[in-house]
Design a protein around this ligand. Structure first.
Ligand code: GLC
Length: 315
């Protein structure tokens, strides 16, 4: 009897996603299209407390909260209304037992002209660092979303060098998340500077891009509709994760998903299941892009789309 009991413990332990390197994130979802829009609601989604409670109930441990703090930044100050709204969402999530990754999203001018915009980047993080001093450890900072154009892996690292000492002065133990250029492409991670032990390294995964972005109006040319993943594509995806695991650093797949407009839930579920399982197999934390709006998991009434919950949560 005793022996049987121990076996069960071992089996259950092996089935749970592992928190590698002490990084507390395993299964996360992005509250996308809310606070990174020009104003909340502009992209058809207003964050609701009930969404956050449902996320906590449904087996996620973390939300990533994209916020465009460059919107409404005037006279050297973050927009106080946006900050107050961000506080509310963070508090609601922390109270629901979730971790929160606060992500500085859609600061496009920083990528286009890092020399001119870097003082504003540093100032935003100085203000956020002061504001969130003393907040629970479940809050994490992600310094920039999808650096691209002139903000390459090297120039992004130089910016992180400026912000780290400012943040670490008040947040010595808080997890900070960084990523490389080319829209946080996985291949930039090997060139990204290694930082302290409370740093995780993020990449975004939308491969094959023409599959995951079918019907995406913001991509030009708009990828045409196509069939489900092929067997060769599945093998290719699995290979990418095996390569990533060799980096031996705390990794977060900070975004992945399939745009919901043209692709059936069944075809989305196949891609999501293959990708999520490949990540978990190698101890890589993940954060699905989209909850109730673009790349959605649930329909407008909050009910999971067919097969998607299983793709993210089962086996
Ligand atoms: C990036 C963009 C976001 C887009 C997503 C999928 O996160 O910032 O706007 O929806 O990728 O393309």
């Amino acid at each position: 009897m005793r022996y049987k009991f121990k076996m069960w413990v071992v089996v259950i332990f092996c089935l749970l996603p592992m928190a590698a390197f002490g990084f507390p994130v395993a299964r996360c979802v992005n509250l996308a299209n809310g606070l990174e829009a020009p104003f909340e609601g502009a992209w058809g989604y207003t964050i609701r407390d009930e969404d956050i409670h449902a996320i906590a109930r449904d087996g996620f441990d973390t939300i990533r909260l994209p916020v465009a703090f460059s919107n409404g930044y005037t006279s050297g100050q973050i927009n106080p209304l946006l900050l107050a709204r961000t506080d509310h969402v963070i508090r609601t999530a922390l109270d629901a037992g979730l971790n929160v990754i606060l992500d500085l999203h859609h600061f496009r001018t920083l990528s286009q002209d890092p020399d001119r915009m870097s003082p504003m980047f540093v100032e935003i993080w100085r203000q956020l660092g002061a504001h969130y001093a003393g907040w629970p450890d479940g809050l994490m900072f992600e310094l920039i979303n999808e650096a691209h154009a002139k903000l390459n892996t090297r120039t992004a690292d130089a910016l992180f060098d400026k912000v780290y000492p400012i943040l670490r002065a008040r947040h010595p133990d808080r997890w900070i998340i960084v990523s490389g250029g080319e829209y946080s492409h996985r291949t930039t991670l090997s060139r990204l500077k290694r930082r302290d032990i409370r740093t995780a390294y993020s990449f975004h995964y939308y491969t094959p891009f023409p599959f995951t972005h079918q019907g995406a109006s913001w991509v030009t040319p708009k990828p045409p509709e196509r069939g489900p993943l092929s067997g060769a594509e599945v093998v290719e995806i699995q290979g990418h994760f095996a390569d990533l695991a060799r980096l031996d650093i705390p990794l977060l797949m900070g975004e992945f998903g399939v745009y919901h407009d043209k692709v059936s839930s069944e075809d989305r579920a196949l891609w999501m299941g293959v990708t999520r399982r490949a990540a978990e197999r190698f101890g890589i934390a993940w954060c699905h892009w989209g909850y109730r709006s673009g790349f959605r998991l649930v329909d407008p009434s909050g009910v999971w789309l067919p097969g998607l919950r299983e793709a993210l949560m089962d086996g």
